[in-house]
Design a protein around this ligand. Structure first.
Ligand code: MMA
Ligand code: CA
Length: 238
């Protein structure tokens, strides 16, 4: 009996709110009330709509998140594959900061023929080329022309360069004698190694490192001059 009373109340509400619900109720068999209509405290249309909207939003967010995550993982995987394809052989060793290698994961690696120093790997290209061709070559190997930010880095590289030759580094003057590193890191006034009297040419917008009687240093040169070069990339962590 109690359920019949509730049904009557619900039906009344429906009749006053929506004609479609009314016709549904009218079409329902008269003798026995349908179970779903007889439930007490049936949520209002507004509440149901809000819940549906909330559910829809949640689903949309979930789908967006999953899609974004998939894309991101795919990008990471592609990056790794590219590196693996470019560098067929890696030389890895335990980093002091990472105690076990390879059993307990992280190992720092440089491609074969690249020299490790700090967190980077360095490669000396011996075929002379213009600045842009040299940078392209580094780029094709997932690297860029070398950037020098400390006396230690300058000393490390000069120890393995041949003093008979000059090598492009990743320093450029895009105009008005403003020096810019190719990896966009700031040009540090406290870590520059120009030979005395350099830079000296407004038409010399690229930079080489070479040896003079005074020692190793930088010189600005014309960018179309063909020189050897030094490429640099971050170590690969496996
Ligand atoms: C000289 C000196 C440099 C200049 C080169 C250009 C050999 O060095 O003037 O500053 O960049 O010539 O070839
Ligand atoms: Ca010069």
């Amino acid at each position: 009996m109690a359920s019949e009373i509730t049904y009557a109340e619900v039906k009344f509400k429906n009749e006053s709110n929506s004609s479609s619900t009314y016709s549904e109720s009218a079409a329902a068999p008269k003798g026995k009330p349908t179970p779903h209509l007889s439930k007490p405290g049936r949520p209002s249309l507004l509440f149901t709509s809000l819940m549906a909207l909330f559910l829809l939003l949640t689903i949309s967010f979930l789908v967006a998140f999953i899609l974004y995550y998939q894309k991101y993982s795919q990008l990471l995987e592609e990056k790794k594959v590219i590196k693996d394809l470019t560098h067929k052989e890696l030389n890895c060793k335990k980093d002091i900061t990472f105690l076990s290698c390879p059993q307990n994961k992280v190992c720092s690696c440089c491609p074969k023929d690249w020299k490790p120093f700090s967190s980077h790997c360095y490669f000396i290209t011996i075929d002379p080329a213009s600045y842009s061709k040299s940078e392209e070559k580094c780029s094709s190997m997932g690297a860029h022309l070398m950037v020098i930010h400390s006396q230690e880095e300058q000393d490390f590289i000069t120890k393995i360069l041949d003093p008979k030759f000059a090598y492009y580094i990743g320093l450029l003057d895009p105009g008005r004698r403003q020096w810019r590193w190719v990896d966009q890191t700031p040009y540090n006034e406290n870590a520059k190694f120009w030979h005395s009297g350099e830079p000296n040419g407004n038409d010399e917008q690229c930079v080489i490192i070479n040896h003079r009687n005074s020692g190793w240093g930088w010189n600005d040169v014309r960018c179309n001059v063909e020189q050897k070069s030094v490429c640099q990339m971050k170590k690969i962590y496996l």
